[in-house]
Each structure stands twice: as structure tokens, then as C-alpha cells.
Design a protein around this ligand. Structure first.
Ligand code: URA
Length: 486
């Protein structure tokens, strides 16, 4: 029996090095015991893998995609993760296209575990809240408590170091703790909740900030709970505000929608063009969804940012199996900052429900993230984005696809299709078939819901709406086949 030892629970380099040695000798997965840290080695292990040499000329050709997924999956809490990855590694030697077989049980498990880890990473970057503690000798220190589900603390550490480099802080979790003194990071043992400080003045600031940024038009209680599960609420100072803010939300939203359109301030336009220099280039490409959504708020890759109220980034769970792509936000979406909540959104909601899909479980976005319009009197009239604007915004859609990695994409309308394919393409040429996108993701094309709104003839509208629902129904069928091959 072979014993493979890993320095810590998410020791990717350790797994990779030893898996290479074992794969070179074609050691069957069942002959290996993987153990972590100072867990005792099983009694029947007689060959520590660390003692075995690997031929330096041995080449193991596995797709980069597998290594990326493996790096995520080693962080998963499942004790069988190392064995699963090794089994897949051996299989990839014989079946190089294995990862494309999404229905294979090992591949399915790999993808599910990677998705769970990505979600946990996102939660930690979004829900860590620092509390200020005084440290008389060396000034102020900030401490946060967080309970991750997987072994992600080491992996997420660079995010916090980059984001809070000038503060001194500690993030305590039951699995591991991070301590940053302004210059060096220390990764230490897990901690107990009692080690983290309780309420303090910082939390008052945070609560005030949250109440100010709370957007009543974006309120979706179910989605909010899915995105910010209640188990995190007890460590969030703003949680106690949620109930009163929800209570006043519908009144505030009606007031927003009734208000006449406003022109952007000069200060806003100047700020936008300064940001253009930052975002326009390729420097500082966001490395996760939160960073992408934050950076997109200051996007000035094309001129549409000047008149739009805000960037409307995609919305939905980051482990969504299906991504819907529309054209661009409309008037109401622009005000509320959320895709598909206006008239086209109503049609979409109805159709998706008829097709038996749940909107809250889908990731919904647009090819273009700013509203394009002309003003007529008090009204802002939609204008279609041009090829340059679609091209400029492909950057963001590409990031959303990368961070959500949906199993299926539904392109609604020609703008979405053009953006996804990188060239102008008509819906009719691809409708009713599955198209594989550049990264292999299956895509289906259908009409945009606002096309149905514009059809003057009622009978025609009914017929086309039924076709739209039928397209969404086939999306559901394709998803079921991909997710549950039995
Ligand atoms: N039309 C779109 O394409 N997207 C929206 O978010 C709203 C209307």
C-alpha cells in the first residue's frame, strides 16, 4: 500500500507532485492512502510516496482545464477528493477528451465539487466583516470571524492581502486563520468564535453605509437568501437592518420609477473618463466574479457609460447551471441596476415559469451592460447597441462566463448571439439546434422577449410566445440531460 502525505488539507502542489510519481508507475487508485498533516499514517502503508523518485523526463499530458479544476477541488471538504482527482488523472491519460463528457460520474463529481468551492470562495470575499480592536502598542487591528465550508482560507488570502494591504488584520475561521501585519501574511491554526471581538463602533459605520447603498428596486428576498444564506447573517452587522429596509422597499421603489430621468453630473462624467484609463486596458483583469462586478461599475470601454445611470451586471447564483443572455438593460433595469425586471422581464418570467425553469436558479445577464437611449420629452427610448458597443462589452460577458461556467447558455436575440459568437449571426440560422461556443459550452438561440412585446398581431404574438416557451423548454431538457444523465 502506498501512503501519500499532504502538508495541509488543500495542498495542491503536494497532490500534484505525488500524483505524478504514482501515475508514472500506473499505481491503481485503490492502492493509495492519502493523508493530511499530522493525521497518523495507516498501519498497512509500507511505501511512502515521498520516498519514490520520479523520472524527470516523464511527461504527463493533462489539459490545463483539469489542473485548474483540481486546484479548486483540493479545497473541498470531501475526504475522497485526492483519490477522485488521481483516478481522473489516470483516466485522462487514456481518455484525453474525458472532461468533455459532462455525464461521466467522475467528471460530474469533479465539476460539482469545483463549483461548491468557487461558491464558498465568493461567499468569503463577500461576507467577511472586520471589527476594529485597539492594540495600544502598535495601533489598530481589525479582526473578522468567518465560517467557510471548505478549505479555502489559504487560497483566498491573496484577495484580502491585496484589498486591505495597508491595514493590520486577522481573519479567524475554525479551519485556519490569517494574520496580516501590513507587510507579511501568517497562516495559522483555526480559531474559536470566542477569539473574535464583539460589537464596536466600526459596525455603526458599516450599518450606515449599508442603509445608504441598499437599493429597494433590487430587492429579491428569495434570491437574497440564496446569495447570502442566513447562516452568515449572525456575523454581519447589517443583518439587523434587513427587516426594516425590506419593509420600506416597495414605497421607495415606486418613487424611483416615477421620478423623471436625470442627466449625469459633470463630476460623474469626469470620474467615468478617469476610470476608462484603468479599465480600458487589459491591466488588472479581475480574478473573480466580485472583482469583475465591482470593476464593471466603473467601466468606460465605450461611450454608453456617460448617459446610463449605472452598469447593470449579471445577476444570479454563481453556480447556476444555465445562463440567459439578453441585449442590454432597459429603462427600468437602468434605474434599478438589475437585468430583466421591466416589461421584457415580465414576459421572460412568465415564459421561464411555463417552461418549468426557476429564474432564481439561473444567471441572467446582458451582452451590453449600459442602457442606450435617446430622450424624447420625459421618456427615454431604447436604441439598439452597435457592433462597437457589443464588442467593447464582450469583455464583461467573457468574465461572467468564466466565473459562472454555466452548463448551458441561452442567447436571447441577435445582440446576445453576436456577442457570444463574436460575429453577427441571425437567430433564425441557429434556432432549434445546440451550438458549441469557443470554450465548448453548449448554447441555444431564441428570440428576445421584447420582440414578442412588439408584435402587433395578437395571433402572431401568441404563436411566437409559444415558440419562445418551447425553446426554453428544450433548454430545460438539455439541462436535465447534462445534469442528470440517468
Ligand atoms: N432587455 C434586455 O435585453 N435586458 C434587460 O435586462 C431588459 C430588457
Amino acid at each position: 500500500m502506498f501512503g501519500a502525505h499532504l502538508a495541509e488539507p488543500a495542498d495542491f502542489e503536494g497532490w500534484r507532485r505525488q500524483a505524478r510519481v504514482l501515475a508514472q508507475r500506473e499505481i491503481p487508485p485503490g492502492d493509495i492512502v492519502w493523508h493530511v498533516g499530522d493525521e497518523p499514517m495507516a498501519l498497512f502503508v509500507d511505501q511512502p510516496v515521498n520516498h519514490l523518485a520520479c523520472d524527470p523526463l516523464f511527461r504527463l499530458n493533462v489539459p490545463r482545464e483539469f489542473l485548474d479544476l483540481a486546484e479548486q477541488v483540493v479545497c473541498h471538504r470531501d475526504p475522497e477528493r485526492f483519490g477522485l482527482l488521481y483516478r481522473l488523472l489516470l483516466r485522462l491519460k487514456r481518455e484525453p477528451d474525458l472532461l468533455k463528457v459532462a455525464t461521466d460520474p467522475d467528471v460530474h463529481r469533479l465539476n460539482t465539487m469545483a463549483r461548491a468551492v468557487r461558491r464558498d470562495l465568493h461567499k468569503m470575499t463577500a461576507f467577511v466583516r472586520f471589527r476594529q480592536v485597539r492594540d495600544n502598542a502598535e495601533g489598530e487591528v481589525f479582526v473578522a470571524w468567518f465560517e467557510p465550508e471548505h478549505f479555502i482560507v489559504r487560497r483566498v488570502s491573496s484577495f484580502f492581502v491585496n484589498r486591505f494591504s495597508s491595514m493590520r488584520w486577522s481573519i479567524l475561521t475554525p479551519l485556519a486563520s490569517l494574520h496580516w501585519d501590513g507587510t507579511a501574511l501568517q497562516i495559522a491554526e483555526g480559531a474559536a468564535k470566542r477569539d473574535s471581538p464583539d460589537d464596536d463602533a466600526m459596525e455603526d459605520y458599516w450599518r450606515t453605509y449599508y442603509a445608504n447603498i441598499f437599493n429597494p428596486a433590487r430587492l429579491k428576498i428569495k434570491a437574497m437568501k440564496a446569495e447570502m444564506p442566513e447562516k452568515y447573517w449572525r456575523n454581519l452587522p447589517e443583518a439587523e437592518l434587513i427587516a426594516p429596509l425590506i419593509a420600506g422597499a416597495s414605497q421607495r421603489m415606486s418613487a424611483m420609477v416615477k421620478a423623471a430621468p436625470t442627466s449625469p453630473s459633470i463630476r460623474h462624467a469626469r470620474q467615468q473618463s478617469r476610470q476608462a484609463e484603468l479599465i480600458g486596458g487589459t491591466a488588472g483583469i479581475p480574478s473573480d466574479w466580485v472583482q469583475a462586478a465591482t470593476a464593471a461599475r466603473s467601466c468606460a470601454r465605450c461611450d454608453l457609460c456617460r448617459d446610463a445611470t449605472q452598469t447593470v451586471f449579471g445577476k444570479g447564483p454563481l453556480d447556476a447551471a444555465v445562463m440567459f443572455v439578453g441585449e442590454q438593460p432597459g429603462d427600468q433595469e437602468d434605474l434599478a441596476g438589475e437585468p430583466f425586471i421591466g416589461p421584457a422581464g415580465q414576459i421572460f418570467n412568465k415564459a421561464i415559469a411555463q417552461a418549468g425553469l426557476e429564474r432564481d436558479r439561473a444567471y441572467i445577464t446582458n451582452a451590453v451592460k449600459h442602457f442606450k437611449f435617446t430622450v424624447r420629452g420625459k421618456r427615454r427610448i431604447h436604441q439598439s447597441p452597435n457592433a462597437g458597443e457589443i464588442k467593447a462589452c464582450r469583455f464583461w460577458l467573457g468574465l461572467e462566463r468564466e466565473f459562472v461556467r454555466p452548463r448551458l447558455i441561452v442567447a436571447m436575440g441577435a445582440t446576445a448571439l453576436t456577442s457570444l459568437l463574436g460575429k453577427a449571426t441571425s437567430i433564425s440560422s441557429l434556432r432549434g439546434q445546440i451550438t458549441s461556443l469557443d470554450d465548448g459550452t453548449p448554447m441555444i438561440a431564441t428570440v428576445h422577449p421584447s420582440y414578442l412585446l412588439r408584435l402587433p398581431d395578437e395571433a402572431e404574438r401568441e404563436k411566437e410566445t409559444a415558440r419562445f416557451v418551447a425553446d426554453l423548454n428544450s433548454a430545460k431538457g438539455i439541462l436535465s440531460a447534462l445534469l442528470d444523465p440517468e
